[in-house]
Design a protein around this ligand. Sequence first.
Ligand code: SF4
Length: 455
Amino acid sequence: MDVLEKLAILTDAAKYDVACTSSGVDRSGQPGKTGSTVASGICHSFAADGRCISLLKVLMTNQCVYDCKYCVNRTSRDTQRTAFAPRELADLTINFYRRNYIEGLFLSSGVLKSPDYTMERMIEAIEILRTEYSFNGYIHVKSIPGADNSLIQRMGLLVDRMSVNIELPSEDSLGQLAPQKTPEAILRPMGLIRAGIEENKSDLVVYRHAPKFVPAGQSTQLIIGATPDSDHRILTLSEGLYKKYNLKRVFFSAYTPIVDDPMLPSLFSAPPLLREHRLYQADWLLRFYGFTANEIVDAKNPNMNLAIDPKCNWALRHLDQFPIEVSRASYERLLRVPGIGVLSARKIVQARRTCSLTFEGLRKLGVVLKRARFFVTCQGKVDEGVIIRPDTVLRGLLSKNDLRMLPAASGDQMTFLDVPDMARSLGGMPVNAYGYLPEKGTRENAKQYEFGIHI
Ligand code: SF4
């Protein structure tokens, strides 16, 4: 098999990994024009300064001795298998780079023979790139669960970012769907990478030119919707990972049903993309807005209300804390107002030092008031036409389109108790235990909606 055939197979097999974000643009080449956005395996990621960089996203091999039930590369699946030799991959990457197709490499792999053997091949490819070709571009590598500590150390000194995919959010799910992986095999390398990064920081203070260890930090990926794990489970796990392993990012990947197995969602289910989106919003609240996982969801209400974003959902459940007065509220309190982000909160804090803020003034500052106007006062006054009452706020937060789809509420009053019904009418609800819209006649349809929508 020639290298281009291998490339087609191994980039296709890598597409389910989301820890490297893709632009989603799908435009093929046209006569008379140069370039296309569908070249095999080229995806886009973002540098720390917001710059978009294109990466070759590929597997070292799609052969795997493990049999994770949710994976297209599992050993029991009948599919065409191939593997790059380390030099083939290094040559391919450097040639793509020289042609200006890519700026870096995102490398993952199935487990060929053993985790150590696979890591050694990946290290060999990257060593050729870094030493023989002096490649100085961005490299993100997925560590193989179960690989030896010394290999993780070696890899860490070669790459910019490393990630260890957790994939399944609980030990039970891991035991059922990926029995060959253990929590220890996943969490040990994470601990090692964190320790290595911290040690390296102290080394760099003393020796400025010491080699850098995983300078862009580590990340992980969780599959959403392959198991009945709740949002509460997923968010408390993410929160713990940020604290304990100092992760840069937890990526969420809506499970695409590609495997027919009684333990997995039916092949007819759509990927729970809205749930994935809400989890990313909640993750943002954890990382930048000072929320805890238990404030967003809790054991009593373990899943997010998919009809509205998690910050609005939190605010609606804590209307007793609103409205807040923009001229006096602390920066942290401002961040809790739906529609007010980090930038707007900073602008408000700065502007109110020199002037009295009005709603008009906030608009001029560039603060988007579409949602915020239901939760704040300026000089003790609410915005024109706003009545702060649960039903009016709720109506204000939903778009006209959403409202047209609502079931008729009793009289004009809409209460929080209507929200689950409303949510069922919105955006493809209801969800089932996997976060999917069940289809008629499928296995999920028969299941109870154990994880209903809550407010
Ligand atoms: S170890 Fe990775 S590649 Fe192999 S079956 Fe499991 S998820 Fe797939």
